[in-house]
Write a protein that binds this ligand. Structure first.
Ligand SMILES: [Fe+2]
Ligand SMILES: [Fe+2]
Length: 433
């Protein structure tokens, strides 16, 4: 017998109920959800999501959770809608990684345990909508869809943000994160050029199940009512060190520890770096080898990583390692834009080159994490935050539109206000090495 998931709204509500139960007295109070409160009839698939890492025009990882281990897990997919009719899908892909989300002692009493499933879809057609159903044994989800990245040199937009964790060790219903996810959903639904969310890290307070479960449930708020899934391009932050991060975001052939390149389109490259391992050594050498290749092939290169080089809040010295090991390579290769997180304020630096303002040929660094984490007060006296740079305490998500002539960046506030709006033009001078 096939058991179909309920519609999306009910599914989200069910998962949210599993993940977080809000006590009387307010959203910021600690919550407790003993496993025994999960209805035994809850067998639906949930936490449906898409992961992009390397070549999103032709491959993606589709991931989901189940309340029981199950035996046979697969993605049913097609380029035409099949309405969840299992026999009609012309393609399917088995999972490459399944297992129980790791549970630690501190998780006791919160979300019910669950199992992760990851399937790697390859050989996809670029710029194509795929209709998918998540299948675990005889439980089949409703039909979702996602669109692969462009295979041609067309203009497109990404959402970019970071720091969607809560502010305390004890989970609570994270209204600010949910509002920002709803803001992203509104942008995603209304702007057909948006292809993905590039996330700069710090998803949860810790990458442990009591925090991961509500994060994954809240992420489902970014799915459109029509079931279009917003792909995530992940970055590892300092709160994402536990094994749960690799259970959330699995990739079958990742050759380096979460530093990699993503070819967002034939002319737009994204470099994701990992600030949670050595920024020198192998990673720096990889960056030195990779950037010239990317520069030769792309109109635009953006770099993203978690801890900033040009911070808005933390001690200036905190960014010295990134500045000493990476920024020179960004400048030699004329990286067009850098995205940072971790400091929990909205910032845009003035254009920087050789650790000084360079309004003509400098690189702009934006961030610093506003997808719901409590915001801090930035130090606006720093030279890199002077006009046209700025910093302020405000929840935010950026849209980065990659055009033919310019990159157009907008910072969107929680209530839809535009907090900043500027363009980046190609650097006029290629620095010599
Ligand atoms: Fe953070
Ligand atoms: Fe952080």
């Amino acid at each position: 017998m096939i058991i179909r998931s309920r519609d999306l709204a009910l599914s989200i509500a069910a998962v949210a109920a599993i993940a977080v139960i809000v006590p009387a007295g307010g959203a910021q109070n600690p919550i407790s959800t003993p496993s025994s409160t999960v209805p035994p009839e809850t067998r639906d698939t949930f936490h449906h999501r898409v992961l992009w890492m390397q070549n999103p025009s032709t491959e993606a990882v589709l991931s989901w959770s189940t309340p029981v281990a199950g035996e046979k897990h697969r993605i049913l997919y097609d380029t035409e809608t099949r309405g969840g009719a299992v026999a009609d899908y012309t393609k399917q892909s088995s999972t490459f990684k399944d297992g129980p989300f790791t549970i630690v002692d501190k998780d006791a009493g919160f979300s019910a345990p669950a199992f992760y499933h990851h399937a790697h879809l390859t050989g996809l057609s670029p710029n194509t909508t795929y209709y998918v159903a998540f299948a675990s044994d005889d439980v089949i989800s409703r039909e979702f869809n996602f669109k692969t990245a462009p295979g041609e040199d067309i203009e497109f937009t990404v959402l970019a943000g970071g720091d969607s964790r809560i502010g305390t060790e004890t989970p609570y219903l994270h209204n600010d994160r949910r509002k920002m996810n709803e803001r992203m959903a509104q942008l995603f639904a209304s702007d057909p050029t948006i292809i993905a969310l590039v996330h700069g890290g710090d998803y949860c307070m810790t990458a442990q199940w009591r925090h991961i479960a509500p994060w994954l449930a809240d992420h489902e708020l970014t799915t459109t009512p029509e079931g279009r899934l917003l792909p995530i391009v992940p970055t590892r932050g300092n709160h994402d060190r536990a094994i749960g991060f690799e259970e959330m975001f699995a990739w079958p052939d990742l050759k380096t520890p979460y530093y990699y390149t993503t070819q967002l389109s034939p002319k737009v490259g994204l470099v994701t770096l990992n600030t949670e391992i050595s920024v020198a050594g192998d990673q720096r050498q990889w960056l030195a080898d990779t950037l010239p290749v990317l520069r030769a092939a792309n109109r635009w290169i953006t770099a993203i990583y978690h801890r900033p080089s040009y911070s808005s809040v933390r001690d200036v010295q905190d960014g010295a390692g990134r500045r000493n090991n990476w920024v020179g390579l960004f400048e030699e290769n004329n990286v067009d834009l850098v995205y940072e997180s971790h400091d929990h304020a909205l910032k845009r630096t003035l254009p920087i080159r050789s650790h000084a303002p360079d309004l003509k040929n400098g690189i702009v660094y934006i961030g610093d994490g506003g997808l719901g984490v409590p915001q801090r007060t930035p130090d606006t006296t720093r030279w890199w935050l002077q006009p046209p740079g700025f910093a302020k305490s405000a929840h935010h998500v950026h849209t980065i539109h990659y055009g033919k002539e310019a990159i157009h960046v907008k910072a969107h506030g929680m209530d839809g206000e535009i907090l900043n709006d500027f363009v980046v033009k190609p650097h006029e001078v290629v620095a010599s090495k």
